[in-house]
Design a protein around this ligand. Structure first.
Ligand SMILES: CN1CCN(Cc2ccc(Cn3ccc4ccc(-c5n[nH]c(N)c5C#N)cc43)cc2)CC1
Length: 241
């Protein structure tokens, strides 16, 4: 089943990068189909205007609803369809998580609505909710200038989970935030040479003793998680929930 990805933005060139690397290969293999659209193609004035001043006053500009509505009609259609997932990256969105990426990896169609300025007229989101499955998501607690970078990050997190995308699906099982790791951060990784600029690979990893190696890796994951992500640990026992 091919996953269709659409990107609506006033900077559609952001998504040219999706033609390279693994994502480009997935497109070639027919796993994903990528379409980037310039929102200004649905404006009708000489200046191709997409923004206006905020009702009620305030700083900056707000994206007008009209171009979004006309773009939706042409790109998605005018009939409700809950199988279409419409993603609005937003600083006020719910934190995007690995489980959200996992859920979206089985979607047949995802449309990314990349806002700019101070954001998109809220009626656009309300309309989309009346038609499709809408996700207002945030990458994290820092401010970006628009939704494009978030759309690229979410795309990579989702598409790499699509069956057939990753050459070695086993590598997905051992990742941070994936269910199999009990919510722990990944342990430190090493490869050859064994000694590099006076720094050596931990001896246990060269011992060939799989039990000791597994214990060292688990201990390192717990240590790192307690140090860097106490929010993921249970303070009573120092281990993840
Ligand atoms: C009255 N004030 C009240 C505070 N706001 C705050 C504000 C609103 C928009 C923008 C710029 N912008 C426009 C579209 C858009 C989408 C995503 C993101 C985004 N930022 N950080 C993430 N993790 C993001 C994601 N994902 C930013 C975006 C910046 C700051 C301004 C108006």
């Amino acid at each position: 089943m091919t996953m269709r990805l659409d990107y609506l933005s006033i900077f559609p060139a952001y998504f040219d990068v999706l033609d390279i690397s693994l994502l480009g290969k997935a497109a070639v293999n027919g796993l994903v189909e990528v379409h980037a659209h310039d929102l200004r193609d649905w404006t009708h004035d000489r200046h191709r205007t997409v923004d206006d001043t905020p009702c009620g006053g305030g700083a900056g500009m707000v994206m007008k609803p009209d171009p979004w509505g006309e773009a939706f009609d042409e790109i998605i259609g005018t009939e409700p369809d809950s199988s279409v997932h419409v993603i609005f990256p937003s600083p006020s969105g719910a934190p995007f998580t690995q489980s959200a990426a996992q859920e979206l990896s089985s979607a047949v169609r995802i449309v990314f609505c990349c806002g700019r300025y101070e954001g998109i007229d809220h009626r656009v989101i309300d309309y989309a909710r009346s038609m499709w499955t809408v996700h207002e998501v945030s990458l994290g607690d820092y401010v970006l200038n628009g939704g494009e970078v978030a759309a690229l990050a979410i795309t990579e997190a989702v598409v790499r989970l699509v069956p057939g995308f990753m050459g070695n699906p086993e590598s997905l099982a051992e990742e941070s935030f994936s269910a199999g790791q009990d919510g722990l951060l990944e342990y430190p990784l090493f490869t050859r040479p064994v000694s590099w600029r006076g720094l050596d690979v931990p001896e246990v990893l060269m011992s060939g003793h799989h039990g000791r190696i597994a214990k060292w890796r688990r201990d390192e994951s717990v240590r790192l998680t307690c140090e860097r992500r106490p929010d993921l640990t249970d303070s009573d026992f120092g281990v993840p929930h």
